[in-house]
Write a protein that binds this ligand. Structure first.
Ligand code: SF4
Length: 210
């Protein structure tokens, strides 16, 4: 059974996620932000959680599940691969098909997938439709190389870039992820004015390296 993770705190409070293991050589081999990867740091401190994501990844990529076997998501928004990434090859096809089917089964939930596996995503979604409650955000694969324009808009719904404090200062970048409300509390994705999980917005996001 594919596992849905709930009860997360911080940015993900109130947002479910369906994740696989971060740091799997099959998915994270190309990533140039590995040295600052928050997900990898988090997993190192929590081996039990890492093991759970590893098992979920095995499950998600094992076969295309029947609709009645797929999970019900109880929050109104859900992130695919809050941890981990889309696999290459057939495993990635199976993973993406299961994700599409989960979104189709949960039409009242808004799903967002952030990915750096551009090649796989673009190939798969050239050949396959995504449901209206499924948004794709292209994460930048390098720090301080922000992307301001969404490429291949027939595929991607947004772009997400990570920048350093020095780059922000030198280039006057206006951050819109990890910002704080009027009481000085960081927005969670549920309350964030950038609204990545809204299906009616194009999303161009900048976050400072943590
Ligand atoms: S910009 Fe807002 S909604 Fe998007 S990931 Fe950051 S906190 Fe979440």
């Amino acid at each position: 059974m594919i596992k849905v993770y709930n009860g997360t705190t911080g940015k993900m409070a109130g947002t479910s996620h369906i994740s696989v293991q971060t740091g799997d050589p099959e998915t994270c081999k190309r990533c140039k932000v590995a040295t600052i990867c928050y997900a990898a740091r988090y997993q190192r401190l929590r081996p039990v959680v890492k093991e759970s994501y590893r098992k979920n990844g095995l499950e998600i990529t094992s076969r295309i599940f029947e609709m009645d076997e797929l999970p019900i998501v109880t929050n109104f928004q859900c992130r695919f691969d809050a941890f981990g990434e889309i696999y290459d090859g057939e495993k990635g096809d199976i993973q993406l098909t299961n994700y599409i089917n989960i979104a189709t089964k949960n039409p009242k939930v808004n799903f967002v997938l952030w990915s750096r596996n551009y090649k796989k995503i673009e190939k798969y979604f050239t050949e396959n439709m995504k449901p209206d409650n499924f948004k794709l955000i292209r994460s930048s694969s390098e720090v301080d190389k922000p992307v301001y324009v969404i490429p291949n808009k027939h595929i991607w719904d947004g772009v997400f870039s990570v920048v350093s404090a020095q780059y922000i200062k030198d280039n006057n970048v206006k951050l819109n992820c990890g910002t704080k409300d009027e009481y000085g509390e960081k927005y969670s994705c549920v309350s964030c004015p950038t609204r990545c999980y809204s299906m009616d917005t194009e999303t161009v996001v900048f976050e400072q390296v943590k």
